[in-house]
Every structure is written in C-alpha cells, then in structure tokens.
Design a protein around this ligand. Structure first.
Ligand SMILES: *Cc1c(COP(=O)(O)O)cnc(C)c1O
Length: 398
C-alpha cells in the first residue's frame, strides 16, 4: 500500500515532550513555545511569530485583527481550503471569489482590482502548493486601495517569493503544521505579524483577551481583560513536538524537493506527449515541495487514472471542491467574474504520494501513470542527489 501522506519524525519529538513535562509547565507560552517563535522569527524575518492551534486559528485571529465587520468583503480564490473563507465568515465577512491563474493555480492578481468595492477590507492570497502568489502586484493594489493583505501560507513554510519567506510579505501571514503539511505538530499553526501595528493586540487576542503575555514579561503587575479574544495558544507538548520539526526544517524540505524533482524529471516526456501537465514554478519563486500534482486533460482521464492507482493499492488524491460550488459558499460568499480556470483545473488535478521515506515506491507511482522510469534502477534512495541521479541515468542510457 502506498498512502498519499505519511508522517515523518525527526527523532527528537518525544524527547522534547519529555523535557517540557519535566519543567512542570505544560500549558502554553513556555520554553518550547518561545523557541518555536524565535525560530520562526529568524527564519521568516517577521516582526512577531506566535504559534497557534492551527492555521485556521491563525486566520481567525487575522480576521479579528483586521476588524472585519458584518458585510465587509474579503477577496480570495475559490480554489482553497474552507478555513480561508470561514475565518472571515465567522465575523460576518463576505468572501468574494476571483479566478485563479492557470499556471500556478494561485489567485489571478490581474482580476483583483475589478473585484474591489467600497466594502472591501482585505485580500487573502493563498500560496498553493508552497508556490508564491504574485505578491508585489498584490501589495501595490492593497496600498492603492488601503486594504490589508493576509497571506494564507498554510502550505508555504520554507518557500520564498523574491527571496522573502511566504507569509512574511503581507500585513499578516498564517502557517499550518497539520500532519499533512511539510512541518508538523499534529494540529498546529502560527500567525506571522509582519506589520507591527498588530503585534500587541495579537498577543491579547490569543490569550483570551487578556494582557497575560505582558504580565509574564514583567511589563504590568497584574493581567486583566483588555479586549475580545479567545484561546488560540497550544500547550507546551505541542510546541515541543513542533520545535523538533522546525530544527530539521531545512533537511525535511530538501528531502521533499529530491522526491519532487524526480517526479518532475520522470514526467517530462508524458507532458511533451500531451498526456498531462506538470506544475509550473515562476522564476521568482522558490517552492518547498509541499505537493506534486499532475493536471490531466479531462475529468474522465483523472477518474480512469485514479482507478488504475487503486488497483495497485496506491492512493493519490484530488483536491479542493471549489468553495463557490459548495453549499456554504453559495450561502455566505459571492463570486466576481467567471471562475473558469477554477472549475476546469480543480476537476483535472491529481496529487501524487509525496512524503519523506517514499523511496523506491515512487517508481511504482510513476509506472502507473505511464512514465518509462529509465532511472528506476537507481531510485534506491530519496537521499540521492538529483544531479548524481541525472549522471547515473545518463550512464544507464548508454
Ligand atoms: C491546511 C490548510 C489550511 C488549514 O490548516 P489547519 O492547520 O488544518 O487549520 C488552511 N488553508 C490552506 C490553504 C491549507 O492548505
């Protein structure tokens, strides 16, 4: 059986949880929470990073910080996870869906301006598959119309746009550490406060509306109810697990990139034959191998390929049912313009198994799709350098 996803452990997770237990403090904002925040701040260069229960929680915090009121509009793609929209709907906001770009499947930045109305408050770009949206253009539009940009960078850790970390470019960013993402803590996430105007309030909202964080730092002598808020901070056991993963984020990303690159190499011929389309990465983006997907020519072709995979006990998965076509999407949101790429691409996309340790099983996946797998003999380990692999492949073909 080859599953779509398999969790990867660095080996330090349980040790760090034991250490956090030994401190006698398992509630939030202890030693490991601070280590994780500091790591994220150094890595992304954000003003302040706060870990949360999930990316969903981080997006809900963002909606509170943006002071979304009933009827306020938020521009986003329909091709995304429900939380991107729900976080704003919870505040009475109205998601306004625009179409995606056919190359990256990210929000089409050229369609945003026409979707802006006097009620528009924010733009929420989603970095699909860890590939950056066209952020310079999006930030220019936001500036011109005085809008906030909240990046749904759930899939974006360790990826960059023009050498800047995804999630660190808009006013606020959100990461996910759900077990299906690159860096995991079971459920988990983080909010990146890039615009320091929001830093103090973010701490208060995350701590049930109190200034407990200031109290811990000795800035005030008692803590009290200051503002609206909720409990968005995870316990130290989750932070300890997460920190073990963050420490190895570079290595994990490299291992995923090795697998991604093999898929990309081996499927080139099928793309040239017109059987499928591979992901397109713009030159200004460094992705993080969050996902390897193929785009088939039709829904029927995808259905047929999934059947062939199932016969071999391999489990690729398709992705979002566009939000505008879902019951709650029809109730709470509206669309701007036609969403033809969203509709067409979502029914032709298939995500292939990609997890650290996939190893030789990657060959089995490639064979089902119909790749010739010339390098199969040498796909002994995902740790093989892609250049070495190319060299070996060259030898093999002679
Ligand atoms: C995974 C994901 C989320 C939700 O993340 P959680 O941590 O599970 O709340 C939100 N948006 C996108 C684009 C995602 O991929």
């Amino acid at each position: 059986m080859i599953p779509f996803n398999k969790i990867y452990l660095t080996g330090k997770e349980l040790e760090y949880i034991r250490q956090s237990h030994e401190t006698g403090n398992l509630s939030g904002d202890g030693v490991f929470t601070h280590k994780a925040s500091e790591w994220l701040e150094n890595q992304t260069k954000t003003h302040k990073a706060l870990i949360t229960h999930s990316c969903t929680a981080a997006l809900e915090m963002a909606a509170l910080l943006a002071e979304i009121q009933a009827g306020d509009e938020v521009i986003m793609p329909s091709y995304t996870f429900v939380s991107t929209a729900n976080a704003f709907v919870l505040r009475g906001g109205v998601p306004v869906f625009v179409d995606i770009r056919p190359d990256t499947l990210n929000i089409d930045e050229t369609l945003i301006e026409a979707a802006i109305t006097p009620r528009t408050k924010a733009i929420v770009p989603v970095h699909y598959a860890g590939v950056g949206c066209e952020m310079d253009t999006i930030m220019q539009i936001a500036k011109k119309y005085d809008l906030l940009v909240i990046e749904d960078a759930a899939q974006g850790i360790m990826a960059t746009y023009k050498d800047r970390a995804l999630g660190s470019i808009g006013h606020i960013g959100a990461y996910s550490f759900h077990e299906t993402k690159n860096i995991i803590s079971g459920e988990g996430g983080a909010i990146l406060i890039n615009d320091e105007r929001f830093a103090e309030r973010a701490e208060i909202i995350r701590e049930k509306g109190t200034n407990r964080s200031q109290f811990y730092r000795g800035q005030v002598d008692k803590y009290t109810w200051q503002d609206v808020g909720s409990s968005y901070l995870p316990g130290e056991d989750v932070a300890a697990f997460l920190y073990a993963q963050l420490e190895k984020a570079k290595e994990i990303t490299q291992k995923r990139l090795d697998i991604w690159n093999i898929y990309h190499e081996e499927l080139e011929e099928l793309e040239q034959k017109g059987d499928l389309r591979r992901p397109i990465i713009p030159a200004e983006c460094q992705h993080n191998a969050h996902m390897y997907y193929v785009l088939l020519n039709s829904l029927d072709q995808r259905t047929e390929l999934i059947k062939r995979f199932k016969k071999q006990d391999i489990h690729p998965v398709f992705h979002y049912i566009p939000l505008h076509s879902a019951p709650a999407g029809k109730q709470f949101a509206r669309t701007h313009g036609e969403l033809k790429h969203t509709d067409s691409l979502s029914e032709r996309l298939l995500r292939l198994p990609l997890w650290v340790g996939l190893g030789q099983q990657q060959n089995e996946v490639l064979k089902v799709i119909g790749a010739k797998v010339a390098t199969s003999f040498f796909l002994l380990s995902n740790t093989l350098d892609i250049n070495m692999l190319r060299a070996l492949n060259g030898v093999a073909l002679i």
